[in-house]
Design a binder for this molecule. Structure first.
Ligand code: 5GP
Length: 193
């Protein structure tokens, strides 16, 4: 998505990790009009998937997921971060490793909102090593629901998540895939194609 690549180049900051900071429009302050555009683009890519529900993880995924949900007219469920790993039987829970914080955390969803028969589209802001999406896949499996794919705003293609998930047969659509980012700038996969 050309407009996204342009915005990343104009506003993104590369931090050690490497971590791309896009807090001016995606991760802290939100460019609401642009977010709706992103939502429409991801929705178009999954128009044929027959999704009945969107699933993301709080907090950065929620705005994107809401924009996609508005475009597809389906509910948006977000896995909540939980302080302890000792949670009630009314919840599905899984452990996720945080790429940006380097720690593990528990996320939960209420069983009432994720059911067998749901066709679930996962949405997230970034895809790096794939741990967030793997956690969502685990919750979907626990519910006996079906994952129809993952829609990602920015995939860091130099990390293994995208390749691993696609090799496992998951449909992954990313609006911008970064092949490298360093002091020389950012290289996007298939740019201007
Ligand atoms: P993964 O679980 O695929 O390793 O990492 C994805 C998650 O880590 C995303 O939900 C996102 O919040 C965070 N993340 C990973 N890489 C970056 C990055 O370069 N920039 C930002 N802002 N978040 C990232």
């Amino acid at each position: 998505m050309k407009a996204l690549e342009d915005k990343i180049r104009a506003e993104g900051k590369i931090l050690p990790g490497p971590v791309l900071k896009v807090s001016s429009f995606l991760n802290h302050q939100i460019d609401a009009d642009f977010m709706m555009e992103i939502g429409r683009e991801l929705a178009a890519r999954f128009q044929d998937a027959g999704a009945t529900k969107i699933l993301t993880i709080e907090s950065s995924g929620i705005a994107v997921a809401t924009a996609v949900g508005a475009a597809l007219h389906i509910p948006v469920l977000f896995a909540k971060k939980h302080r302890t790993s000792n949670v009630s039987g009314m919840l599905y829970q899984t452990l996720v490793h945080s790429y940006t914080h380097g720690t593990d955390y528990t996320v939960v969803v209420e069983r009432d909102y994720l059911k067998a028969g749901d066709r679930v589209l996962m949405i997230d802001d970034f895809l790096a090593n794939g741990k967030a999406v793997e956690g969502l896949l685990d919750l979907i499996a626990q519910a006996g629901a079906e994952a129809v794919g993952a829609g990602i705003v920015i995939e860091k293609g130099f990390q293994e998540g995208g390749a691993l998930l696609r090799a496992a047969g998951l449909r992954v659509e990313s609006l911008a895939v970064i092949d490298s980012m360093d002091e020389n700038g950012i290289v996007f996969r298939n740019e201007n194609v």
